[in-house]
Write a protein that binds this ligand. Structure first.
Ligand code: SF4
Length: 867
């Protein structure tokens, strides 16, 4: 045996650096430091200098190294040889050169561009936030209105984001962890799991709990937040609005607790409402009227001091009987008694009363506090909702009802209350860059200062005969749409005379077959495309439908001038710092990998729309002279990133400066964080605008044979049941639902061997959670193999995990597992593919925001063998 001294093993180190960049294992985009030694990244840590993550990474972020170095990564372009597309068709991949790939793709795009650019669908994953600008700029310059984020919005935020935009001018809501004393979460786990600003919020939430913040988590599952909460309140799946409305009723009608001055000054609560449920308006200016208690007359809202506006009373204006919106709301809430809430949600009436009382008491209405020398309203309570609450047919009302709790007590964007993620930025102190502030729009209601969806949440566009495939021209409250792939898409397009069909798709990283709904529906839709090109890291289940796959760079090989969407998305709310990090390549491409953003620029040149693309980039990045892109000049992606950074932070802080420093940051002012008292805008506690939208949609849709359930378009929230709540089939006695596993990001990370190992150690990641007592009643054992069957006959198989931590009627599935592609051997065959139970059509979507209903009534039966 040869014996060597340790010295002999030690390689000569020529390079040992920590490179600041950004994670992309989920859309949290935490700032990282990648430790590179001699060209190999050996470790990834959080960047303590950054507010995005605050030096923390979750298990996925730490494991990113294994995704990057996965031997199954694609390294060169491939083309299918088998023209037949199907879930189980072998595409017969063959390697092709970039020249061949680009020639063919450009040729296809050139033809569709000349024929009808709307036939192009631009699809992307939401996991990599930085894909948004390049993909959308490309699509809008090309001339298509057809964008989608695969299952992104349908499973996540169609309801949450839009309502957060209307009520908080932001993409999401979160408690003001620094000052909140009582937070109630509905189907949300902000600060305890994945999601926006997840790692930063984990630090803030932990500090808040240590400080004594009481946390109540309302959820069918004792989830990641509930596990750390003061109290877990299990509820029947999809009934969040019932509890929230029951609490609102107790607060306003039994306890008489509400913040009158806030409602008068900051909401449309005093606006007079006529018998038609609409505002009573000034005959000439059409401005909504309020009742002026000082003069005893109806006057435009913008001419009356807030304190003089009546919140209640019966009035007559020009012969029209009317009442303030708050009066109507108060009356409306009376029907939501605690007993009614108990019947719907399963939560005892006494608990509904107690939670309402606690929330009302802890709100400390009327109190103020001094923060950094500024005296501000102090309402240390927050009601938070997210994916779980809004992922239902009753999506809008579930979220609206929860947020109403905040507005009734004035706990919106004030100290201790419910905060939007940074809706007001006064800009960089030296350059003024990245400045945005909400403004007052039609009827004095708030218009966001910054937004990342397809259209501003308010004012919604006028419904019209749709020209886009997702029908968002008609369903104008919707963002992501199911109708690109739904089983009724062709009937819908025919009904509305959509004059073209999708033919070509450019996909960035989305695994549509797994992420939208049942695989057969999506497969049928994808097989109709004449040509699909996809930028991917790995082969996925969707690859079976792709014509050419281009090997993308991983996040450790990529450049993004904006690593996250600034600042309403991933930057934590509350006090602290503004922070703009970049993502920069830590490693070069391996093989023939190329970053998608550069490839898109080349395709625009080849097809011949570079001037339009330059104009689109100017608009998307808000580039101002001298940094605007001009004419059809051929800028590289590095140059575009450099221009955006200089545009925002000055000529001396371009890409080179950011590569050295990783990020720029500056202190937030209290007037930015707690902006509500400083910005003269109102938000709707009475959604008057919803009714005319519903009526207009019905006027277009119903003559064409589509019944629009107008009860979803009433200005005041209600509990309206999901399909699952109406299923009475014998044996179908569980509500199936899925939840985001902290170990995984949707279906994306299952190929990562470290995360797979963690998931296999976790009793719940790859199993189906069932209530222990309910399982015992049916003779089910822990670990038993079962079939789970939906009302419409779809089936998935898996192994049961018995637990006390789930509502007796719930059946919980973690993440989006169950891969079957050979391209991801680590992921293959692990866990359960919940989405395969989901139907995909108008009947299973919210008729307002077209969010997919994610709960399914199911039957569980023993399986003789592993399904
Ligand atoms: S939360 Fe998301 S972005 Fe942050 S470290 Fe984890 S995977 Fe990466």
């Amino acid at each position: 045996m040869n014996v060597f001294s340790p010295q002999q093993f030690k390689p000569a180190v020529s390079e040992d650096v920590w490179v600041p960049s950004a994670c992309a294992l989920c859309y949290g985009t935490c700032s990282i430091l990648a430790h590179r030694i001699d060209g190999t990244v050996i470790k990834i840590e959080g960047n303590p200098d950054s507010a995005v993550g605050k030096g923390r990474l979750c298990g996925k972020g730490v494991s990113g190294i294994m995704t990057h170095y996965d031997p199954n990564r694609l390294r060169y372009p491939i083309r299918r040889t088998n023209p037949k597309k199907g879930l189980h068709e072998d595409p017969g991949w063959k390697r092709i050169s970039w020249t061949e790939a680009m020639d063919e793709i450009a040729d296809v795009l050139r033809k569709v561009h000349a024929d009808d650019p709307r036939k192009l669908v631009v699809q992307r994953t939401t996991t990599v936030t930085a894909s948004r600008v390049p993909m959308h700029a490309f699509g809008s310059a090309f001339g298509t209105p057809n964008f989608s984020v695969s299952g992104g919005g349908l499973h996540c935020g169609n309801g949450a984001h839009l309502i957060s935009g209307i009520m908080h001018a932001s993409w999401s809501i979160v408690p003001d962890f620094e000052y909140c004393n009582y937070a109630i979460f509905f189907g949300a786990s902000k600060g305890h799991s994945a999601g926006h600003a997840s790692c930063s919020n984990m630090a803030k939430a932990a500090d808040a709990r240590a400080r004594g913040m009481k946390m109540v988590v309302v959820d069918p599952l004792c989830n990641f937040a509930a596990a750390k909460a003061t109290e877990w309140v299990p509820l029947r799946v999809g009934t969040d609005a019932a509890l929230a409305l029951g609490m609102c009723n107790i607060m306003v009608n039994d306890l008489g607790v509400y913040d009158g001055p806030y409602l008068q000054a900051k909401t449309n609560a005093p606006y007079l409402i006529g018998p038609d449920k609409l505002y009573v308006r000034h005959p000439q200016s059409k401005t909504p009227l309020v009742w002026d208690t000082r003069t005893g007359s109806a006057r435009p809202f913008n001419e009356v001091p807030a304190a003089d506006m009546a919140l209640e009373g019966e009035f007559t204006v020009d012969g029209t009987p009317c009442r303030p919106a708050f009066h109507r709301l108060r009356e409306h809430l009376r029907k939501f008694s605690p007993d009614w809430a108990e019947r719907i949600s399963g939560i005892p009436a006494a608990t509904v009363r107690r939670l309402a009382k606690e929330f009302a008491t802890e709100a400390r209405i009327g109190s103020t506090i001094v923060v950094d020398g500024v005296s501000l309203p102090y309402r240390p309570v927050a009601a938070i909702a997210f994916r779980g609450a809004q992922g239902h047919k009753n999506s809008v009302y579930n979220f609206y009802a929860v947020d109403l709790l905040n507005h009734l007590v004035g706990a919106a964007d004030v100290v201790g209350g419910c905060l939007g993620f940074n809706p007001t930025s006064h800009g960089h102190p030296e350059t003024g860059g990245v400045r945005y502030i909400p403004t007052a729009g039609p009827d004095g209601l708030m218009v966001v200062g910054s937004w990342m969806g397809y259209h501003y949440p308010y004012p919604p566009p006028e419904p019209r005969l749709p020209k886009n495939l997702g029908l968002q021209d008609l369903f104008v409250i919707g963002m992501t749409s199911p109708f690109l792939d739904s089983t009724d898409r062709e009937q819908m397009w025919e009904k509305f005379d959509v004059p073209y069909r999708p033919e070509v798709m450019i996909n960035f990283g989305a695994n549509l077959v797994m992420s939208i709904a049942n695989k057969d529906a999506v497969a049928e839709s994808l097989s109709k495309y004449k040509f699909i090109v996809s930028f991917d890291l790995f082969l996925t289940e969707t690859s079976n439908f792709v014509d050419i796959i281009l090997p993308d760079c991983s996040y450790l090989q990529s450049l993004d001038g904006r690593a996250n969407f600034p600042f309403i998305f991933s930057l934590p709310g509350g006090l602290g710092e503004w922070c703009w990090p970049i993502r920069q390549p830590v490693l070069p491409p391996d093989g023939e990998q190329r970053q998608f953003a550069e490839v898109l620029l080349e395709l625009a040149d080849r097809v011949g729309f570079r001037a339009d693309l330059n104009a689109a980039y100017n608009a998307w990045l808000d580039l101002q002279p001298p940094y605007r892109l001009t004419g059809d000049n051929r800028y590289g992606y590095e140059d575009i990133c450099d221009r955006e950074l200089k545009n925002n932070f000055g000529a001396e802080r371009g890409l080179d400066w950011f590569k050295d420093n990783g990020l720029i940051k500056w202190k937030k002012k209290p007037e930015e964080v707690y902006w509500r008292p400083f910005v003269d805008v109102r938000v709707p506690v009475y959604w008057e605008f919803l009714k005319p939208i519903g009526d207009k949609i019905a006027a277009i849709a119903e003559p064409r044979g589509l019944k629009v359930p107008l009860e979803y378009y009433d200005p005041l929230p209600d509990f309206l049941p999901c399909r699952s709540h109406c299923c009475n089939k014998p044996g179908f006695d569980f509500y199936g639902f899925y939840y985001r596993d902290v170990v995984h990001t949707n279906s994306f990370t299952m190929e990562n061997p470290w995360l797979d190992e963690a998931a296999r150690l976790d009793p719940f990641s790859y199993t189906i959670a069932i209530n222990r007592a309910e399982a015992a009643k049916r003779g089910f054992a822990d670990g038993q193999q079962v079939w789970v069957e939906s009302e419409s006959g779809r089936k998935v198989g898996g192994r049961l995990k018995l637990t006390e931590g789930i509502h007796p009627e719930g059946l919980g599935f973690a993440a989006m597992c169950g891969h079957w592609t050979d391209g991801q051997p680590v992921a293959k065959g692990k866990g359960v593919f919940y989405n395969d139970l989901l139907d995909l059509d108008f009947e299973h979507a919210s008729p307002v925001n077209i969010n997919l209903d994610l709960c399914v009534k199911v039957r569980v039966t023993p399986a003789e063998h592993a399904p």
